[in-house]
Design a protein around this ligand. Structure first.
Ligand SMILES: Cc1ncc(COP(=O)(O)O)c(C=O)c1O
Length: 375
C-alpha cells in the first residue's frame, strides 16, 4: 500500500522549522520536560529510575489506568497506547476496513482520515461541512450517503481544520445513525478538552456507543506533541484484538520515558487544559479585533473549540497569499489546497503564546499592501 503524500505534513516538513513565525499550527504552546516534571516535584527520581527495556504491548498499565480516568465507562484494558494519534489512525484503517468497503468522512478534514483508506481500496463519501452555517454538519444528510457497503463513519470533534464542535443534539444524531446502521464510529477526539467554554464538552464517543473508537493524544489538548503519545479507547473486543495484533508490525511497544512522562501529564489534565484554554481565549479576543478591522478581506467563523480555524479570503487565492506572506514576512499560514478544499481558505492556529505578536506582523503587512496598491 502506498498512500498519497500527506500534503499538510509535507508542507510542515518544509517550513515548520525554517519559517520565522508560525500562525497555522494545531498544537498549542508546549513546554520542557522540566516544566512538566514541576507538576510533581518528586517525579524526577521516577524518570531517572525508568527502566529502558521494552514496555507492555498495549501500553504501560500505570499509564492506561490514568488514561481510563478520562472516560466514564472505559477500563484500562480497553485502551491501546500508540505512538501519536497518527499511528492509531493508520492501524484502525488497516485492521477494520477492507477493499470494496465504503466509509463516510467529515470534509474538509485531516488527510489521514481518508487517504489511508483510499489506498486500501475503500471508497470514501465526503460528508461536507457547511461554511455558510458556521462549518456545521447536517446529520440528515447521512442517510443520503450510506450504502450497503458502508462500514465506518469518521468524525473529528472538535474539528480540524474548521474548529467546529457539534451541539449535543447533533452529536446524539450522529451516534444514533451509526448505531442504526451498525457502523464503526471512528471519533478523532484529539482536541477534546479544548472547548472554549467547558459547558460545551461532548461525551467521548466510546462512552456512549459500543462500536465507537475514540482517538486521543497528548499532542493537542495537553500541548505535548513531542511525547508522541496517542491511544484508542473502545468497548469493542474485536477492535482491541485486531489493532493490538497489527501494532506488532508498527512500533510493537511505546517509549518507556514517554510513557512515564505521559502518565504525569494525564494526572494533570485539568491544569494543562486550563493553561491552554486561557491562552486560546486571550488569543481569540485579539483575533476578533483583527477580523473586525479586516472584514473586507476575510470571513471568519469563530470556533467554539480547539486551536484552529478556517478563514475565507475574499480577495485572493490562498496559495498565492500564503506564499507571498511567507516570503515577505516569514509568517507561515496554511492554504486550503493542502486539505483538499479549493484555494479560498487558510488554516489559522491560535494556541501559541506569541500569536498576538505574529498577528501584528500580518496586520502591518496587510496595511502595507493596501497602501502600496492604493499608491
Ligand atoms: C485531527 C488530528 N488527528 C490526528 C493528528 C495526529 O496527532 P499526533 O501528532 O498525536 O500523531 C492530528 C495532528 O495534527 C490532528 O489534527
Amino acid at each position: 500500500m502506498q498512500p498519497n503524500p500527506f500534503k499538510l505534513e509535507r508542507y510542515f516538513s518544509q517550513h515548520e522549522f525554517t519559517a520565522r513565525h508560525l500562525l497555522c499550527t494545531s498544537d498549542p504552546e508546549s513546554m520542557s520536560i522540566g516544566e512538566l516534571l514541576a507538576y510533581e516535584p518528586d517525579s524526577i527520581d521516577g524518570l531517572r529510575d525508568t527502566w529502558l527495556g521494552y514496555t507492555e504491548y498495549p501500553g504501560a498499565p500505570a499509564l492506561r489506568r490514568e488514561l481510563a480516568t478520562l472516560y466514564e465507562n472505559i477500563d484500562a484494558d480497553e485502551i491501546i497506547v500508540h505512538t501519536g494519534a497518527q499511528e492509531a489512525i493508520y492501524s484502525f484503517m488497516n485492521t477494520m476496513l477492507a477493499p470494496g468497503d465504503h466509509m463516510i468522512v467529515h470534509m474538509p478534514g485531516y488527510q489521514s482520515h481518508y487517504t489511508v483508506a483510499e489506498a486500501l481500496g475503500v471508497s470514501v463519501a465526503p460528508w461536507k461541512a457547511r461554511e455558510e452555517a458556521g462549518w456545521s454538519l447536517d446529520p440528515a444528510e447521512l442517510e443520503t450517503l450510506v450504502t450497503p457497503a458502508t462500514r465506518a463513519l469518521v468524525m473529528c470533534v472538535p474539528h480540524n481544520p474548521t474548529g467546529y464542535l457539534p451541539s449535543r443534539d447533533v452529536f446524539d444524531a450522529i451516534v444514533a445513525f451509526a448505531r442504526k446502521h451498525g457502523l464503526w464510529l471512528f471519533s478523532d477526539e484529539v482536541y477534546r478538552g479544548l472547548e472554549h467554554d467547558r459547558a460545551d464538552r461532548l461525551p467521548a464517543a466510546c462512552d456512549v456507543y459500543e462500536r465507537a473508537i475514540s482517538l486521543g493524544a497528548l499532542s493537542k489538548t495537553h500541548g505535548l506533541a513531542g511525547l508522541r503519545l496517542g491511544w484508542i479507547a473502545t468497548k469493542s473486543a474485536q477492535v482491541l484484538e485486531r489493532m493490538s495484533t497489527f501494532k506488532d508490525y508498527l512500533t510493537i511497544s511505546n517509549s518507556a520515558p514517554s510513557e512515564y512522562l505521559s502518565a504525569i501529564a494525564v494526572r494533570h489534565t485539568d491544569a494543562l487544559i486550563e493553561r491552554n484554554v486561557s491562552m486560546i481565549r486571550a488569543n481569540l479576543g485579539v483575533l476578533d479585533a483583527f477580523f473586525a478591522r479586516h472584514a473586507d478581506r476575510f470571513e471568519w467563523h469563530r470556533p467554539r473549540a480547539g486551536t484552529i480555524g478556517f478563514v475565507r479570503l475574499k480577495r485572493e487565492g490562498a496559495e498565492r497569499f500564503c506564499a507571498e506572506l511567507l516570503e515577505r514576512t516569514g509568517v507561515l499560514l496554511l492554504p486550503s489546497t493542502l486539505v483538499d478544499h479549493g484555494d479560498e481558505h487558510v488554516r489559522l492556529g491560535f494556541g501559541r503564546r506569541n500569536m498576538p505578536d505574529v498577528l501584528a506582523i500580518v496586520d502591518a503587512y496587510l496595511d502595507a499592501t493596501v497602501t502600496s496598491t492604493a499608491s
